[in-house]
Ligand binder design. Structure first.
Ligand code: ADP
Length: 535
C-alpha cells in the first residue's frame, strides 16, 4: 500500500492488487461461484415438497423462527458470499413477483449450476453454456404453455381455486388445516378482487394474529380488527348498524392554558365547580347522541366519571385507539376524524354493519371486530395458533396461498405439480436438443437433466428411491403421452396429479424457470472475482 498525491495535491492510496485483494479468475472463479450457489441450493433442497423438512433459524437476538418457506429461510440466513446473496435475491424476486415457489426456484438454479460445472470441466465455454440454457429455458416456457390447462372458477364455484391453494399449503407446517386455510384465503382474495379487470389488491387483506387458541380457530373477518375493548365492562358487546363518532378530542373539561389558581373555600363553590364539570361531560355526551352516534371511538382516554356517564347514557365507547387505527377505521367506515365536539355532524359519522367485542379464552384479552364496513372491501384474516412461531409460519403460508389465488385470478392457467410439469418440460427440452447442431446442444441437454432435479428432490424428501421413481414416472409420461404424472409424495397410490388435485399456477412455474436461468447465466458470465482480503 502506498500513499500518493494527485496533481491537485489530494492524497490517494494505491493498493497493490495481489497484496490487498484476493482474486479468482477464469475457470477457478466460475467453479468457486458455482459451488457457493450450490451450497445455498443444497440447504433448501430438503425443504421442498409436502414431505420437506423445516428449518429452525435463530436470529442474533435469540428469536427463533421455524419455517419451510424458501424465501424466509434465505432471508434469515446470514450469508456472506456474494454469489450466495444472488441466490437469496433470486428467491426474493420469486416471492415478490409470484409469492410461491421460492424453494423450487433455488433448487432449480442449484441443479443448473451443477450441470454447468460438468460442462465446464468438459471444456465447454461458459458463454456457450449460458446461450444453451437460454434457448432451453425458452423451449421449456413455451412447452409449459402448451401443457397448461385453463380452468374456470367463479364467485360461486371456488373449488378449483381452493384446490390450488391447498397444493401450496400442503408443503407447509400448517398442512393439517390446509382445507380451512385455503378456503379462507380464496374467500379473502375473492372479496377484494376485481374479477372484471382481473386485478387483486392484496393490501386490502390484512393478516393479523393473536397467540392462543387453535389453528382451526383462524377466521376471516369481513372488516377490520382493533386490539381494544369497550371502555366499560357493562357496555353492550355487540352493536348492529353502528354509527361511529371518531374523535381526537378528549372527554374532559378544557384545561386552562396557563397556570391558574382556584380558591375553593366553601362547599357551595366546590359543588358549583363539580356541577360545571359534569355539565361539560353531559354536553359532550349529548352532542354525540344528538348527531346520532351509537358508538364513540376516541384517541384519548377519559376518566371514570365520563366513562360512567357514557355507560348510563347508553353510549358505548372505546378509548386509547392509536392514530393509525383511527385512520383505518375512518377510511373503512367512511367517517371523518373529528378534532372538536363542536364540529361533530351526522355526515361525519362512520357507518358499519356490526361492531362486536370478542374475548379470548380465560384471558382478559379482548378485541373489537368492525365488520361489514360501508366504504371498504377490506378483510382481515385473523390467525390463532399455539405459539408465536406457529402463528408467524401460518402468516407466511397464508401469504403464499393468497398469492396463488391472486395469480389464478390474473391468469387462470394451471400446470400439474409434484414435478409433473418439470418432467414434461425435461422430455420436451431433451427432444429439442437434437435439433441444435452446435455445442449448445450439450447445454440444452444439461438443462433437461437439471429440470429433473425438482422431481428427484421431491422423491428423495418423501423417502422414495429418487432415480427409480423418476425414471418410472418419466417413462409413464412418454408412454401415455400425458403430462399429468408426477411424484406421489404422499403415497396416495396414484401418480396422476390431476386425480390428486396437485396444481400449480402456470405463471409461477414459468417465472421459476426464467428466473433460475437468468441467475445461472449471470453467475456463469463472471470470470473474475476481486474481493478485499481480510486484514
Ligand atoms: P415452494 O416454496 O417452492 O413452493 P414447497 O416446499 O412449497 O416449495 O414445495 C412445492 C413443491 O411441492 C411443488 O413442486 C409442488 O408441486 C409439490 N407438491 C405440493 N403438494 C404436493 C403433493 N400433494 N404431491 C406431490 N407434490 C406436491
Amino acid at each position: 500500500m502506498a500513499l500518493a498525491f494527485d496533481e491537485y495535491g489530494r492524497p490517494f492510496i494505491i493498493l497493490k492488487e495481489q497484496e490487498q485483494k484476493t482474486r479468482l479468475s477464469g475457470l477457478e472463479a466460475q467453479k468457486g461461484n458455482i459451488s457457493a450457489g450450490r451450497a445455498v441450493s443444497r440447504i433448501l433442497r430438503t425443504s421442498l415438497g409436502p414431505k420437506g423438512m423445516d428449518k429452525m433459524l435463530q436470529s442474533p437476538d435469540g428469536d427463533v423462527t421455524i419455517t419451510n418457506d424458501g424465501a424466509t429461510i434465505l432471508e434469515q440466513m446470514d450469508v456472506d458470499n456474494q454469489i450466495a446473496k444472488l441466490m437469496v435475491e433470486l428467491s426474493r424476486s420469486q416471492d415478490y413477483e409470484i409469492g410461491d415457489g421460492t424453494t423450487g426456484v433455488v433448487v432449480m438454479a442449484g441443479a443448473l449450476l451443477e450441470q454447468a460445472e460438468r460442462l465446464l470441466e468438459r471444456g465447454i465455454h461458459p458463454i456457450r453454456i449460458a446461450e444453451g440454457y437460454e434457448m432451453a429455458s425458452r423451449i421449456a416456457v413455451e412447452h409449459l404453455e402448451r401443457i397448461a390447462q385453463k380452468f374456470d372458477f367463479g364467485p360461486t364455484n371456488i373449488e378449483p381455486l381452493v384446490q390450488t391453494c391447498m397444493t401450496t399449503l400442503s408443503s407447509k407446517i400448517v398442512n393439517r388445516c390446509k382445507r380451512a386455510l385455503a378456503e379462507i384465503s380464496v374467500k379473502a382474495v375473492l372479496s377484494v378482487a376485481d374479477l372484471e379487470r382481473k386485478d387483486v389488491n392484496l393490501d386490502l387483506i390484512k393478516v393479523e394474529g393473536k397467540v392462543g387458541g387453535k389453528l382451526e380457530d383462524t377466521e376471516l373477518i369481513y372488516g377490520i380488527t382493533v386490539d381494544k375493548d369497550m371502555s366499560h365492562p357493562q357496555m353492550p358487546k355487540q352493536i348492529e348498524d353502528a354509527k361511529i363518532a371518531i374523535l381526537t378530542c378528549p372527554f374532559e373539561p378544557p384545561k386552562p392554558k396557563t397556570k391558574h389558581k382556584v380558591d375553593i373555600d366553601t362547599v357551595e363553590k366546590f359543588q358549583t365547580l363539580r356541577q360545571q364539570e359534569q355539565k361539560y361531560f353531559d354536553d359532550m355526551v349529548q352532542k354525540c347522541k344528538d348527531v346520532g352516534a351509537t358508538l364513540v371511538i376516541c384517541q384519548w382516554g377519559f376518566d371514570d366519571e365520563a366513562n360512567h356517564l357514557l355507560m348510563h347514557q347508553n353510549l358505548p365507547a372505546v378509548r386509547w385507539v392509536g392514530g393509525v387505527e383511527l385512520e383505518l377505521i375512518a377510511i373503512a367506515t367512511g367517517g371523518r376524524i373529528v378534532p372538536r365536539f363542536q364540529e361533530l355532524t351526522p355526515e361525519k359519522l362512520g357507518r358499519v354493519g356490526l361492531v362486536r367485542e370478542k374475548s379470548f379464552g380465560t384471558t382478559k384479552d379482548k378485541m373489537l371486530y368492525i365488520e361489514h364496513c360501508a366504504n371498504s372491501r377490506a378483510v382481515t384474516i385473523f390467525i390463532r395458533g399455539g405459539n408465536k412461531m406457529m402463528m408467524e409460519e401460518t402468516k407466511r403460508s397464508i401469504h403464499d396461498a393468497l398469492c396463488v389465488a391472486r395469480n389464478l385470478i390474473r391468469n387462470n392457467f394451471i400446470v400439474y405439480g409434484g414435478g409433473a410439469a418439470e418432467i414434461s418440460c425435461s422430455i420436451a427440452v431433451e427432444a429439442a436438443a437434437d435439433k441444435y447442431p452446435g455445442v449448445e446442444q450439450y447445454a440444452i441437454r444439461a438443462f433437461a437433466d437439471a429440470l429433473d432435479a425438482v422431481p428427484v428432490a421431491l422423491a428423495e424428501n418423501s423417502g422414495l428411491q429418487p432415480i427409480e421413481t423418476l425414471s418410472a414416472v418419466k417413462s409413464q409420461q412418454i408412454k401415455e403421452n400425458n403430462p399429468h404424472f408426477g411424484i406421489d409424495c404422499n403415497d396416495v397410490g396414484t401418480n396422476d396429479m390431476c386425480e390428486q388435485n396437485v396444481f400449480e399456477t402456470l405463471i409461477g412455474k414459468q417465472q421459476q424457470i426464467l428466473l433460475a436461468t437468468q441467475v445461472v447465466k449471470m453467475i456463469l458470465k463472471i470470470d473474475d472475482v476481486i474481493s478485499p482480503s481480510d486484514y
